[in-house]
Write a protein of this length. Structure first.
Length: 272
């Protein structure tokens, strides 16, 4: 028996990177998965986003673990699409027990339209998290069996470092701070229903969001930004599985009295 046997996890941004890692970790511990991803490009993103083939690969890896999975191509900016995915979870998997709001973008470097970039980052990284909460919380309340919500913020949701000279970075910092606020608001709102809400704050993680040519170019051209992003421990980043391990603990019954917490997985970034 795994820690999530008999439970269903609703995960956004699940096609690759952190989202795939979180889905596979919970599936390995018994969860069925609703795997959501836009699988399309967003104009302001300065790197390639996930593809339908990436989502197919995630589905295949979950099925190898002998777990059920519902793949959903949906934009987190589209509340109706997320509500439809939540309804599928109820109809085909018996409900929703864990929510991981992971989808996000992080444009780097110059942008042809600063206002568009700022708005798209806020819409995906903050409004998208709010939409995920709005789409899933009513189902979890109605079920009456509690549950756990984990919002993926960032060390930049607790610090302003790393946004030097980059409108995408400024928007990312603003959105991730907003995610921290949403976590606190929903922790208060959902506690009477035995639904816990926490946020995870990773330092850099080597996924396509930061391991791409746009970020490397921005780092070369703006060394002061890189200097502000060094961890206290002598590692350049943490791995996806490190973040997934924190989620697996805080979302499980082992964390049953943990709610309203901003949990760093940051190699000491925030105390440096």
């Amino acid at each position: 028996m795994g820690r999530f046997t008999g439970r269903t996890a609703f995960i956004t941004g699940a096609a690759r990177g952190q989202g795939r890692s979180h889905a596979l970790r919970l599936a390995a511990e018994g969860a069925d998965i609703v795997a959501i991803d836009i699988c399309a490009q967003i104009e302001s993103a300065t790197y390639d986003l996930a593809t339908p083939e990436d989502l197919d690969e995630t589905v295949g890896e979950i099925e190898k673990l002998d777990r059920r999975v519902i793949p959903v191509r949906a934009d987190v900016r589209d509340l109706a699409a997320l509500e439809a995915a939540a309804a599928e979870a109820v109809d085909h998997l018996g409900g929703i027990d864990v929510v991981i709001a992971n989808a996000g973008i992080a444009p780097s470097g110059p942008t042809p339209d600063a206002e568009q970039t700022f708005r798209e980052v806020i819409d995906v990284n903050l409004v998208g998290v709010w939409n995920t909460l709005r789409a899933t919380a009513p189902t979890m309340i109605e079920q009456g069996r509690g549950g756990a919500v984990v919002l993926i913020s960032s060390v930049l949701g607790l610090s302003g470092r790393g946004s030097v000279g980059n409108v995408g970075g400024e928007a990312y910092v603003a959105a991730k701070h907003g995610v921290t606020g949403l976590m606190k608001a929903y922790a208060n709102r959902l506690a009477p229903h035995a639904i816990r809400v926490n946020s995870i704050h990773p330092t850099g993680v080597p996924t396509p969001m930061i391991d791409n040519e746009a970020v490397r170019r921005f780092a070369a051209e703006t060394p002061e930004a890189v200097a502000g992003m060094i961890n206290l421990m002598d590692v350049p980043w943490v791995e996806t599985q490190d973040v997934s391990a924190a989620i697996a603990w805080v979302a499980s019954d082992e964390g049953r009295y943990v709610t309203g917490v901003s949990l760093p997985v940051d190699a000491g970034f925030l105390v440096k």
